[in-house]
Each structure stands twice: as structure tokens, then as C-alpha cells.
Write a protein that binds this ligand. Sequence first.
Ligand code: ADP
Ligand code: MG
Length: 321
Amino acid sequence: MTGSLAARDLSVRYETLHGSVQALRHVDIEAHPGEVIGIVGESGCGKSTLVTALANLLPANARVEGSIVYHGVDLVNLDAHRRRLLRGDEIALVSQDPMTAFNPVLTIGDQLVDFQHHRKDLDRSQKKARIAAMLTRVGISDAEQRMKSYPHELSGGMRQRMAIAAALLTDPGLLIADEPTTALDVTMEAQIIHLLRELRREYNGIIIVVSHHLGVIAELCDRVYVMYAGEVVEGGEVDAIFHDAHHPYTRALLACDPARFPDRLERLPTIPGTLPNLTEPPAGCIYASRCERTLEPCRNVVPPCVKLSACHIARCHGVCG
Ligand SMILES: Nc1ncnc2c1ncn2[C@@H]1O[C@H](COP(=O)(O)OP(=O)(O)O)[C@@H](O)[C@H]1O
Ligand SMILES: [Mg+2]
């Protein structure tokens, strides 16, 4: 089953002892089958909150408002049973730490069989054959041997491949990879990106890739949403975001991209300032306190969502449509 995904006016807050953290505010995103969507932004911007909400896996202290419609079904207002069904078969989340995808006391092979519990049409040996094919597809050659391993016996890169294989075995219409390469070294990172690129050719569902690494996004994605402090501040096709960014935050992110600097720079540039306190987000534009181009209304008036082209938007008072 493949279908479109749309989050509308999606807000998530976490109730904590120190107050209510507004981790996501009025987010609108959409994705269509065959598309690879990138979510980019500094650490703490709400990227994981957004994709965890899409995968219906938010922790118990999260409160959600707005809608997430996937294949015509509103995931926010779904009853627990249907939510579980949908999560198992339709939406798969590969997280930054692939260890969390596996039970440490079971072999990888047994778990990969279990991941296919929805395939009532297959017996155990057919499921094993499917696993072997999937492991080859994600670049794991000695599949038989690997299936006998326990999660801790695999390297980080191998575990991440296994996690991607596990996700694909559930036949998801929506595959989400949350910083899939962050915990890996450069070589492994390159291999995983290569793998995701290969997958995108034959996969006709939606892929969402979260990264704070612009290079990963540029290589993999069709469209990008740029997040800042819980809001989508700019969105558009990869080319528009990389070559015609309008929001000052996107421009600042691009200016800090390590790929733009030769090794000789000792310290990479960073955007001055820090994220606002999300328990008391500022009135007006969320980025105003760090922005280089603040105008009169920026500190008090929430900026409009300016449509720059068919699918390029920016939330900024300084941008004209
Ligand atoms: N379970 C939680 N309880 C309370 N606050 C949380 C929880 N998870 C994340 N947060 C907060 O929500 C904000 C967004 O976090 P997150 O979605 O993890 O951002 P990112 O993935 O972009 O780094 C941060 O301020 C973070 O501290
Ligand atoms: Mg995260």
C-alpha cells in the first residue's frame, strides 16, 4: 500500500517537570509516493519529534494537536488497535541508534523472521529466503552467518544496514530514517547513503530522511523542509533550497555547511546564538533573536508563510512572494 502523507497544523508538546516543551509548532508537510523528503535543522529543532509523530511512536508525555493524514487515514485520531496495525505494516522508522531496533537477547535472524509476522502467507523457510534476499539488497553478503549473530556482535554500520533491512521487510509505504548516518564514521556513512540512494530507485513508497548534514540531504532528497526551533521555516525542492534559499536561517545553515570549507579551516563557523527556550517560545518570529535581518514586525508578529513558487515556501517577514 502506498499513499500520500500530509501533516497539517501539527503541534507537539512534551509535558515535563519543568513545564511544557513546545517541540513542534504548526507544522505543515506533505509527501507523495516515490518522493524522498529531507528534514534538516540543528540539533534540538524538533526533527525527531516530527518523524516520531509521523510514525506514531511519541512517548507518553507527548501531546499532539493537528492532523497527520496518511493514505486517507488520520493517524492522530486513530484508535490503538488500528494504530498498531498501521505501524507494523505501513510505517517504518530507522533511528539514529540501530541498537534500539533489535532485542539484545535474540539472534538477528529470529528477529528478522518476527518482523514479517504480517506475512501470514509465508512459512518460516520462505521468510528466511526473503531475509537472505533483503540482506543481499542492503549489501550484507554472508547472510546465513549474520543471521545467527546477536545485535551486539555486529559493527555499527552493519547494524544500521540490518535495521534498514528489518524496516524494509515490513513492506512499509513510508520509510523514515532519522539521522541514519550520524553515529557512523565517514566510510560507513558514505556506504549507507549509497544504499539509500540505491533503494530509492526501486522503492515506490515515501522515504523521509532526517539529517543535520546538508550534504546527505542534497544527495538523496527531492524536497527539503528546514526546521528551526520546532517550526518549518522553509521548504522546497532541493535545488531551490540549496541555490535560492530565502529564509535567513536556511542561508545561515548553508553558510556553515562544513562541505563548503576546505580542511584548512581550524574551526567551522556556527550560527551565533542559541535556540530559544521552547517552554516559553518568543512571540513573533521564532528566529528573530538570531536573525541578521530583523525588521519591525519580527519580534511581535508571527511571519506569514510566503509562497515563492509552486512548492517553495518561507516563513519570514523579509521575504516577498
Ligand atoms: N521525551 C521528551 N520529553 C521532553 N522533552 C523532549 C522529549 N524529547 C525531545 N524533547 C525536547 O524537544 C525538543 C526537540 O527535540 P528533538 O525532536 O529530539 O530535536 P532534533 O531531533 O531536531 O534534535 C528539544 O528541546 C528536546 O529537548
Ligand atoms: Mg533527533
